[in-house]
Each structure stands twice: as structure tokens, then as C-alpha cells.
Design a protein around this ligand. Sequence first.
Ligand code: SAH
Ligand code: MG
Length: 202
Amino acid sequence: MKSFAEAARGFMPPDEGEALFRAASEVAVDGPLLEVGSYCGKSSVYIGAAAQTMGRVLFAIDHHRGSEENQAGWEHHEPGLVDQEIGKMDTLPIFRRTIHDAGLEGTVIAVVADSPTLGPVWTTPLAMLFIDGGHGEEPARRDFECWTPHVAIGGTLCIHDVFPDPADGGQAPYEQIYLPALEAGFDEVDQVGSLRILKRTA
Ligand code: SAH
Ligand code: MG
């Protein structure tokens, strides 16, 4: 079993995390920041650290039951993250520990929710949205549909795991989020690894 600290490392390389921190530090409009897909809190720490210095908050949305690729038998499964009594993933305890250890409990607001259930009833315009939730075609499509309309004009959209070449990784974030965003009034401003940073212009 991995330790809390090891599991919290998650899947985000440092250069992409630092780019996320910069994007969050440079948001150009008012409003909170929100991420879809927090897992053990690694990306939340990068974005939350920026939010803290700006006196803003980060809503960290995750049902904490893992994506398809985190379930038993899949590539990204961590047996230590299963609630043995119910046989389901539970990353919330590790997420809380990560946010506590980072001194971000006053900044990062955990919202334990299914993304497409919450998205349609969300009302606050967002200064920044980071999408890194389910990477299947349908989950990615629904995250695009229900969250990108909440980005304020002039606001920032960050998308993780964007792989234009199928040889590099799954296509859903590229096809279901990145390409539709470019059609929907977002312009690309930066890219680092698989992270894409866009601004809403229309
Ligand atoms: N952003 C994190 C990694 C996220 S992994 C990091 O870089 O550290 C993807 C996460 O999305 C998982 O924790 C999974 O539970 C969550 N997820 C997948 N589908 C979801 C859904 N429909 N609603 C809420 N969270 C979801
Ligand atoms: Mg990711």
C-alpha cells in the first residue's frame, strides 16, 4: 500500500503543475476557481496555492469514487484507495490530508459531487475552470457541456491530458473538450505537456 504522500502525487508532472499555478495566478477576471477531478489533491494544491495568494477560493469537485481507469483491473488503480467495507474507491481522506498539509483548508473547498449532476445547477461565473475528470468519451463530453458555459468572458479554461496524437494517450479530452472549446469561443494561449490553457473571448 502506498503512503498518503505517495498516493497524493497523482498523475500531474511538475512542469504542468507549475503552468497550472501560473495560469491561476494570472486570471484576468473576478470570481472563484473550480476544478473538475481532484483525486488526491495534487492539482488542487497548485491551483489552490495561487488562489490563496489572491484571496480567492478553489472549488474542488470530485465524487472521490475514481474514474473508470482508477477501478480494479485498470492501469491507474491503487488498491490502497479502496474502502474495503463497501468495495469502492474513496480518495476523500487522502485529498483532505493533502489540503491540510498544504495549509489550504481556508482556500480549497471540497465538493463531493458527480460532475454532471452539479454542473447544471451551478450559477457562479468562474475566473478559471480546470477540467481533469473522467477521461472516457461520454464523461469528457458532459464535463465540456455542463462546465465550460460557467467560465466568465475573459476567464481561463485549462484542460489536462490533451493528446492530439492517439499514440500519446486517450483521445477524449482532445476530441470532446479541447476541440469543441476552440469552436465555442475559447482561444489557446499556452500549452505545457498535455496541459492546454485557453481564454474565453466570446
Ligand atoms: N486533477 C488530479 C487528477 C484527477 S484524476 C490531479 O492532477 O492531481 C480524475 C478524477 O476525476 C478522479 O478522482 C475521479 O474520481 C474524478 N471523476 C471522474 N468522473 C467524475 C464525475 N462524474 N464526477 C466527479 N468526479 C469525477
Ligand atoms: Mg490528468
